[in-house]
Write a protein that binds this ligand. Structure first.
Ligand code: BYC
Length: 317
């Protein structure tokens, strides 16, 4: 029996409301599919582009131990990108198309990766703040309604907590070091604080997708709720380091049971999102170059797989 779209949508919403996961072969509204392709692919691209600011420091890490940890972290990010591209592919888009969208600048990725990593302390600040923000956002996504995305997030979150500790430990070491090292840590916090808050996206009032995404349990918390959660967790960590968060309006609000904080520079945020941040062009150029340089690997892999399938046909006849 053929069902109307309204009937199917109602059944779908009932499943979401009962807390069921939606799987790749289940019926889903076209907008749910598209929203997921958009969000998962933006997330995958963020992991891949996110390797660039840190990759730049692997050869300059101050000790073998730091180099090994940073290398492992960057490799994890490549792995996260791959899980996420696979999750996006279950929704009917090809990996080639996803890469094409990234390389032509059509696809978005997190604004945070368009800022430069200029000192070793930035490796500390990125791990502490950027991975810290990513965890807050991603723990929520382990319970997102689309099964393949939720399952990918469980693995990713386990690795993200190692990344956050790796960064915070760098900050602790710098803050217990010489005055110059502590000043480097403070400078990195000054530069990464506000861009980290921007990672959670526009305010709820300005967010185009939050309302529908909350109904479909793609998101379990809003952008503002997650941003507040991040601030409340991070301020005591900054105090422990003896660093000052660069926000004169930051203060504990006893009544709300949360920190109040100053106004984010939304003009800067939208500039970066629209492609005009400090490193947008450099990041796209690096990804395109890596894609072009890897062409021979893809061609060789395809040629090998064609040879294998011809062999298996020959053996079968
Ligand atoms: N940067 O309606 P909204 C990581 C866009 S961490 C750029 O609120 P939504 C990592 C948004 O796409 C980072 N664009 O959107 C860590 C939308 O534009 P479109 C990756 C942004 O989707 C360390 C428009 O603004 N994490 O991976 O409901 C090392 C309106 O926004 C940003 C994820 O991607 C931004 N910051 O909520 C390496 C987590 N914020 O698409 C790697 C998954 C918003 O309509 N994503 N926009 O053209 C999410 O949870 C949600 O997509 C967001 C935004 C909370 C980010």
């Amino acid at each position: 029996m053929e069902h109307s779209i309204e009937y199917l949508e109602k059944q779908f919403q009932d499943r979401i409301d009962r807390g069921e996961n939606i799987e790749a072969k289940d019926w889903m509204p076209e907008k749910y599919r598209k929203t997921h392709i958009r969000q998962i692919s933006q997330h995958a691209h963020s992991e891949i582009v996110g390797m660039l600011p840190e990759g730049n420091w692997i050869t300059r890490a101050p000790s073998l131990r730091r180099k090994v940890a940073l290398l492992a972290k960057v490799q994890d990010e490549a792995g996260h990108g791959l899980y996420l591209y696979s999750a996006a592919e279950t929704l009917g888009i090809s990996r080639d198309e996803l890469f094409h969208q990234l390389h032509t600048g059509k696809a978005k990725y997190s604004s945070i990766f368009n800022y430069p990593a200029v000192t070793w302390a930035d490796m500390g600040a990125i791990g502490w703040l950027v991975d810290g923000a990513a965890i807050i956002n991603q723990v929520m996504l382990t319970r997102t309604s689309y099964g393949p995305y939720a399952r990918a997030m469980v693995r990713i979150c386990k690795e993200e907590s190692f990344h956050q500790r790796q960064g915070y430990e760098i900050m602790i070491t710098l803050c217990n070091g010489t005055e110059e090292q502590k000043a480097m840590a403070q400078d990195a916090l000054n530069r990464w604080w506000w861009p980290s808050l921007m990672m959670f996206g526009p305010t709820d009032a300005e967010s185009t997708h939050t309302e529908q995404s909350m109904k479909w349990k793609i998101k379990r918390k809003t952008n503002d709720e997650l941003r507040q959660q991040f601030i409340d967790i991070t301020i005591p960590q900054a105090e422990f380091l003896g660093l000052t968060v660069p926000d004169p309006d930051l203060k504990w609000n006893e009544e709300r049971g949360h920190y109040d904080f100053g106004e984010i520079d939304w003009t800067e945020f939208w500039q970066v999102v629209k492609g005009f941040g400090p490193c947008n062009k450099e990041r796209l150029k690096a990804r395109n170059k890596a894609w072009d340089n890897g062409a021979w690997v893809r061609e060789a892999a395809l040629a090998y797989s064609e040879k294998q399938s011809k062999e298996s046909i020959r053996k079968a006849v």
